[in-house]
Design a binder for this molecule. Structure first.
Ligand SMILES: Nc1nc2c([nH]c(=O)n2[C@H]2C[C@H](O)[C@@H](COP(=O)(O)OP(=O)(O)OP(=O)(O)O)O2)c(=O)[nH]1
Length: 163
């Protein structure tokens, strides 16, 4: 059972006030690859892989938070597309949501919080050491990737290796 199955907060909104969302991006390149990022901090999480993103600030929408985090952490412009099913507890009061996102401009770089980035195909999703909660999202990401190949034909914003 995921946290999405819980009853909605009561009319006072007390649960909602206590609950914070961290949003991760399944950032697609339009060619069937998704970006994974290796955390550099804190020490307990360093070396584990995640979907780049961060906590939604008070008063901010989830898509806006995602787009802001991708600008700050990776230096890219991206558009949040839609939320994947599920919500997973990171710790009490903090739950993880994953959204699909499209890279619009820029080449992702590990500017903040990460020390490595990898574009992964569906077949490569299991080749990195994901944070535990992120593993629950992988079946949804795999489905997303199956529908991502050549969905748009605009030039990729990250370079193709030359022979
Ligand atoms: N960004 C991100 N965080 C994740 C994922 N999976 C997962 O368990 N987490 C956890 C790691 C952290 O405990 C927490 C997010 O914290 P964060 O440090 O990335 O948030 P933030 O960028 O907003 O940083 P701060 O304002 O707290 O300094 O959620 C994921 O896929 N992406």
């Amino acid at each position: 059972m995921t946290l999405s199955d819980r009853p909605a907060p009561g009319p006072q909104g007390a649960d909602a006030a206590a609950l914070r969302v961290v949003v991760g991006a399944a950032l697609l390149d339009g060619r069937g690859q998704v970006l994974a990022a290796r955390r550099s901090a804190p020490e307990a999480l360093a070396g584990r892989w995640e979907f780049p993103g961060g906590k939604v600030e008070p008063g901010e929408t989830v898509p806006a938070a995602l787009e802001r985090e991708l600008r700050e952490e990776l230096g890219v412009a991206a558009r949040a597309l839609s939320r994947l099913p599920g919500a997973w507890e990171v710790r009490p009061g903090l739950e993880l949501h994953i959204w699909s996102a499209r890279l619009l401009d820029g080449e992702p770089e590990p500017l903040q919080d990460h020390d490595a980035l990898r574009w992964l195909t569906a077949d490569e999703l299991d080749t990195v050491d994901w944070l535990p909660q992120d593993r629950f999202a992988l079946p949804h990401v795999r489905r997303l990737l199956a529908g991502d190949v050549e969905t748009d034909r605009t030039p990729r914003s990250h370079p193709t290796p030359q022979p």
